[in-house]
Design a protein around this ligand. Structure first.
Ligand SMILES: Nc1ncnc2c1ncn2[C@@H]1O[C@H](COP(=O)(O)OP(=O)(O)O)[C@@H](O)[C@H]1O
Ligand SMILES: [Mg+2]
Length: 246
């Protein structure tokens, strides 16, 4: 099976700061890849490069056999790549269902035209309600997103990304800032992701990483320090020295 997403020697500098350096790895359908590394290692920068928030200085990004390196964020989404952000990015006053409907409208290329007139698209309304049910948010359909618990907001962000029907999903610290007690629904949502979806998750909680991932890439000072199975990574002396400690 060929790769769904391939990073080929990606580099990014911010002025004199060389943040990602010749980063290469690939994701296949069904992969659960955790990208780990110390704060400042370049993980978010890399996800920004892949999703098109940031232009790469050198290197290429291939998505489903297509070179998307020069494509806009929106075109990458349309090609099957979705992501969530480390910091929540919801529109605070929007009702939960409206946020989902907006994402669906965007997916269908209807944004800007008709989104106020949701009634004209009963199919999308029904789909939005189905997504809310799947994420246990049906009771909150009319709640402004700002009135939800932070963990629920992160859940909606994941729902929004999935509403785009991606082949590849990038999650930048979905559990960040979520109180321990509120995390279970997010964990359940992670477990319930479609099995053929390729998932890259940035996560600091090593229990979660080792439970969720079937592959781990360790980034240190912008370079790939190790890339392997959770067992390989756990045993890797370089990784233990640089990151996991002993
Ligand atoms: N837009 C930016 N301009 C300048 N420096 C940045 C920018 N974004 C990130 N950096 C720097 O790049 C390095 C990597 O940051 P980041 O990718 O956020 O790391 P991580 O997500 O692994 O914690 C840090 O030193 C950070 O300060
Ligand atoms: Mg980060």
């Amino acid at each position: 099976m060929s790769a769904l997403l391939e990073l080929r020697s990606l580099d990014k500098r911010f002025g004199g700061l060389h943040v990602t350096r010749a980063v290469s790895f690939a994701l296949r359908a069904g992969d659960r890849l955790a990208l780990i590394g110390p704060n400042g290692a370049g993980k978010t920068t890399l996800v920004n490069q892949v999703s098109g928030v940031l232009a790469s200085d050198t290197g290429e990004i291939w998505l489903r056999g297509e070179n998307v390196t020069q494509l806009s964020q929106a075109k990458r989404v349309r090609a099957g790549l979705a992501r969530t952000f480390q910091i929540t990015t919801l529109a605070p006053h929007f009702a939960v269902q409206r946020q989902i409907e907006l994402a669906l409208f965007e997916r269908e290329g209807l944004t800007g035209r008709m989104w106020r007139n949701v009634d004209a698209y009963p199919v999308l309304q029904t789909e939005a309600q189905g997504i809310l049910t799947r994420f246990g948010l049906r009771a909150h359909a009319a709640t402004p997103t700002q009135d939800l618990a932070y963990g629920e907001q992160r859940l909606i962000e994941m729902a929004l990304a999935l509403a785009l029907r991606p082949k590849v999903l990038l999650l930048d610290e979905p559990m960040a800032g979520v109180p321990k007690g509120d995390g279970q629904r997010l964990l359940d949502a992670l477990d319930a992701l479609p099995s053929d979806l390729a998932v890259l998750i940035i996560e600091h909680d090593m229990d979660l990483v080792f439970r969720f991932a079937n592959r781990i890439v360790v980034l240190a000072e912008g370079t790939v320090l190790a890339d392997g199975s959770p067992d390989d990574i756990r045993r890797d002396p370089k990784v233990r020295a640089a990151y996991l400690g002993n």
